[in-house]
Ligand binder design. Structure first.
Ligand SMILES: Nc1nc2c(c(=O)[nH]1)N[C@H]1C(S)=C(S)[C@@H](COP(=O)(O)OP(=O)(O)OC[C@H]3O[C@@H](n4cnc5c(N)ncnc54)[C@H](O)[C@@H]3O)O[C@H]1N2
Ligand code: MOO
Length: 411
């Protein structure tokens, strides 16, 4: 067994991003299932937003030139009415929020700002801005404009705008076919009975649920026993998948023959070994049309690196034009240390805009509890060994989408 030929963390991400292929297949999906999908077409504005001049307030619509006067209330306009222009000099409309403003009024005063109001008359204040509370047709979106571009990830806000346009369905990229596998004779499924000598499979469910959170639809394809021939045969059956993600069996142990099994199936490795803690044994490569991500078996490592390294690649493959992790700047609350000479991923909790390092950065890669105690991480370059109190650092929050175009989240 030879020593891993490690690649710098930044270079590993870059190499994988360059080698992966974006899915080409598309499908039309109804609006109720569009959340977290990626648009495969531009969406053009069909209907001006708003589509008619309307009032932002309950109040009175009048000609700006007549401000400061007492005006007769000519008509009352409700949302849904289709009013004609009918004002003579000295007249105004009583108007409700969202109701159409006729073409002979240009300013609206909210009812509570009028010095006097009766059933028939209203006094308009002198100090009002022209166009106050007036929402002109098309102020938000104009017919023919590009509303959303191909490659946009659909969030609830996108769904709101599509609905506001009367758009029922959109063309999106088909979901990547992702197979998730675990390895190891010691692994038992959570529905099985594990003895003291066995461990329950955490990685498969950690990874599938993590991916599902971001809109992917992975398939758990089972656990591979520590047997080369068996593994070669099983991997051979997964070539119809766009992505295969495995955990474990990738380091230097006698039972770590996953690389060999992939290579016998035609894998061209992009790298095996990343100069990062945790995540050193990570391997990625291309096997015909399948992108392979072989993550280390230690549960904390597998989960953190699937989030940090794999997610941006998957977003790119899924057609998302924004696929890099975004970061926030945060003040570190307590000094901590790390071993230099490799990139270090440090877990922490973001609270009130400050970074609180998890367990003084002292925890094992075989644990899971530190992830539950954290909601963010920070990555540090090889030369950094200490991070002082009060130091402002770049932090990636777990719950944000990798939707930046080109950020560099590494400190
Ligand atoms: N001589 C060396 N030994 C190790 C190195 C190294 O560079 N040289 N790297 C260490 C690092 S770092 C890691 S991380 C681990 C990763 O090794 P593998 O990817 O080969 O993983 P395994 O040995 O199969 O498992 C490691 C650990 O994780 C547990 N595990 C595996 N799968 C699951 C699962 N699905 N659910 C829960 N837990 C799982 C497994 O039982 C082991 O305890 O290697 C170091 N060694
Ligand atoms: O990737 Mo290992 O878990 O670095 O420690």
């Amino acid at each position: 067994m030879t020593k891993l030929d490690v690649l710098a963390f930044k270079e590993a991400g870059k190499r994988a991003q360059e080698a992966c292929q974006t899915i080409q297949a598309t499908e039309t999906v109804l609006i109720n299932a569009l959340l977290n999908r990626v648009l495969a077409e531009d969406i053009i504005v069909q209907k001006n937003l708003p589509s008619f001049d309307n009032s932002a307030m309950d109040g009175f619509a009048f000609k700006y030139a007549e401000r400061g006067q007492t005006l007769k209330i000519k008509a009352t306009i409700f949302a849904g009415d289709r009013p004609e222009a009918q004002l003579d000099e000295g007249e105004c409309y009583k108007i409700m929020t969202g109701a159409q403003v006729p073409s002979d009024a240009d300013t609206i005063v909210p009812i509570e700002e009028c010095p006097s109001v009766t059933e028939t008359e209203v006094t308009i204040p002198e100090d009002i801005r022209q166009g106050n509370a007036f929402r002109p047709k098309g102020e938000e979106q104009r017919e023919g404009n590009v509303l959303f571009s191909k490659g946009e990830f659909i969030t609830p806000a996108h769904i709101a705008l599509l609905s506001a346009q009367g758009i029922m369905a959109a063309q999106v990229y088909k979901q990547l076919q992702i197979a998730v596998l675990s390895t190891g004779d010691e692994i038992r499924e959570p529905w099985e009975q594990a003895s003291e000598d066995e461990i329950y499979n955490a990685n498969a469910f950690a990874i599938t649920s993590l991916l599902e959170k971001y809109g992917f639809a992975p398939t758990y394809a089972g656990s591979i026993p520590d047997d080369l021939d068996h593994t070669v045969a099983l991997i051979g059956k997964l070539k119809s998948y766009d992505v295969v993600i495995t955990t474990g069996g990738i380091s230097m142990g006698d039972a770590d023959f996953l690389e060999e099994a992939f290579i016998r199936n035609g894998l061209e490795p992009l790298f095996h070994g990343v100069n990062v803690k945790p995540g050193r044994p990570t391997m990625m490569g291309v096997m015909s049309d399948t992108f392979v991500m072989a993550m280390p078996g230690n549960p904390l490592t597998a989960m953190v690196n699937t989030f940090l390294l794999s997610l941006p690649i998957l977003f790119k493959m899924q057609g998302s034009s924004r696929h890099t992790h975004d970061f926030v700047y945060a003040k570190n609350t307590k000094a901590f240390k790390m071993r230099p000479g490799r990139s270090n991923i440090v877990l922490g909790k973001m609270e009130n805009g400050e970074f609180h390092v998890t367990r003084n950065n002292k925890y094992g890669s075989g644990m899971l509890t530190p992830i539950v105690e954290s909601n963010a991480l920070a990555i540090f370059n090889e030369e950094i060994s200490t991070v002082g109190e009060e130091k402002v650092i770049k932090v990636i929050c777990f719950d944000t989408l990798p939707l930046s175009q080109a950020s560099t989240p590494i400190n």
